[in-house]
Design a binder for this molecule. Structure first.
Ligand SMILES: Cc1cc2nc3c(=O)[nH]c(=O)nc-3n(C[C@H](O)[C@H](O)[C@H](O)COP(=O)(O)O)c2cc1C
Length: 395
């Protein structure tokens, strides 16, 4: 029997940890794993909120059976259809054939297209309620907090918001599941990496949802990934508010692509000048080696971004270009940027980076610097000026 984890007397955590998947969505590294959180409410009607990735179905269903102990499972609420949460729906239907699936119109379109399911459905609209006995659920449609069908289910009696992917984070729940049971500082970086990589593109939708929820008394935030916030849910609400408004801390991220070290030398030179002038938060990151997931995370945090590239086949060095492509998908705003780089004969890398970042409406704060092969002493003076432009813009 699995350990039974109570959220409250009648509400249980039935999520699972995934330490096997290497890349989330086939894209984002998971060195600390990820949890797929699901919740069970025991009442006159027993309710499951979201499921887990298909690879964890057996363990998941065992946990549910241990808790409901031979009773029926009446409803499955689907807050989000992405397969890391909907993947065990068919297994749930198999184990509990009479269960009714609760979702919105868009959910059911996806349910049919993904799993061929179109029976035993209960459609809900924004603001609808479902009485379970002692507990009552209220549904808030929050489209595009990741996918168009996403919604938040609020348990009115105990004031718990089951928020789908919103307020989630990477990292398995190793023992404790609550913000007050774990070292929350350990999780915060992975929560921002999750936000910036997965949810960040939908900043305006996050703002809309935060406004919608602002009048509601929420005691616990229970997301589909990462810690459950019961001690101080305001912490994660404030972080989401800040990140979705594109607010940044003072600091500079220098990302470079270099084959033979000259562009790297320039990156270090800029970093040293910044440090000499009192900037403490400086990240120098090699785009060839550090996965863009981590670079995007740092860029979401800090105000200044300086990109360095050598010229490669008349253009940007490919690992730097990949980063820029992915960054431009995220729609991150309010950043200042500078560009430097190297070339051998005709150049093109630096110009390419400037064009990319101007499309993001970022502010270019200093003349771009492109040097032939290796920086001269005059080039170093220009790099010093570039660093100073950033120092001037920090508070
Ligand atoms: C495979 C390869 C392709 C290159 N393509 C170009 C190019 O198309 N145009 C150009 O001006 N320089 C080109 N260069 C020259 C590099 O941009 C130049 O050597 C630069 O200083 C390399 O910087 P790094 O030491 O940081 O790698 C190329 C170099 C290599 C090795």
């Amino acid at each position: 029997m699995e350990r039974v984890i109570n959220i409250t007397d009648d509400i249980f955590y039935v999520g699972v940890n995934d330490r096997e998947t290497y890349l989330f969505e086939g894209l984002w590294p998971l060195p600390k794993g990820v949890s797929y959180n699901s919740y069970l409410i025991k009442d006159k009607k027993n309710v499951l909120i979201d499921t887990v990735k298909v690879s964890k179905s057996d363990l998941f269903i065992q946990k549910i059976k241990d808790i409901i102990n031979g009773n029926s499972l009446d409803y499955l609420i689907i807050n989000h259809m992405e397969p890391d949460h909907s993947g065990s729906i068919l297994a749930i239907l198999n184990a509990f054939p009479n269960i009714k699936i609760v979702g919105n119109k868009k959910t059911f379109e996806f349910l049919k297209a993904l799993y061929g399911i179109d029976e035993n459905l209960l459609e809900v609209k924004d603001g609808d309620e479902l009485v379970l006995g002692k507990h009552k659920l209220k549904f808030f449609l929050t489209p595009m907090i990741h996918w168009p069908e996403t919604m938040i289910t609020y348990e009115v009696t105990e004031k718990i918001a089951f928020t789908g992917d919103a307020f989630g984070g990477f990292g398995t729940l190793d023992g404790g599941i609550f913000d007050d049971e774990v070292d929350i500082e350990y999780y915060k970086n992975e929560i921002r990496r999750y936000y910036s990589n997965i949810v960040g593109k939908f900043g305006p939708m996050v703002q809309k949802a935060l406004k919608r929820l602002s009048g509601i008394d929420i005691k616990i935030i229970a997301s589909t990934h990462g810690p459950v916030w019961r001690n101080n849910p305001q912490v994660i609400v404030d972080l989401y508010d800040k990140w979705s408004k594109y607010e940044a801390e003072d600091g500079v991220v220098i990302v470079y692509g270099s084959m033979y070290g000259n562009t790297e030398k320039m990156a270090d030179y800029i970093a040293n000048v910044l440090a000499k002038k009192g900037i403490k938060n400086i990240r120098v990151m090699n785009a060839s080696k550090v996965h863009e997931s981590y670079i995007i995370n740092e860029i979401w945090r800090f105000k200044g971004v300086i990109i360095g590239t050598c010229t490669y086949n008349n253009g940007i060095f490919p690992p730097v270009e990949n980063l820029l492509i992915n960054l431009s998908h995220k729609g991150l705003k309010n950043r200042i940027f500078g560009v430097f780089g190297t070339y051998g004969w005709s150049g093109g890398g630096v110009k390419g980076v400037v064009e990319y970042l101007q499309k993001n409406n970022w502010e270019l704060v200093c003349e771009p610097i492109e040097v032939q092969f290796s920086p001269s002493s005059e080039d170093l003076e220009n790099l010093e000026k570039l660093a100073e432009c950033f120092v001037d813009r920090m508070n």
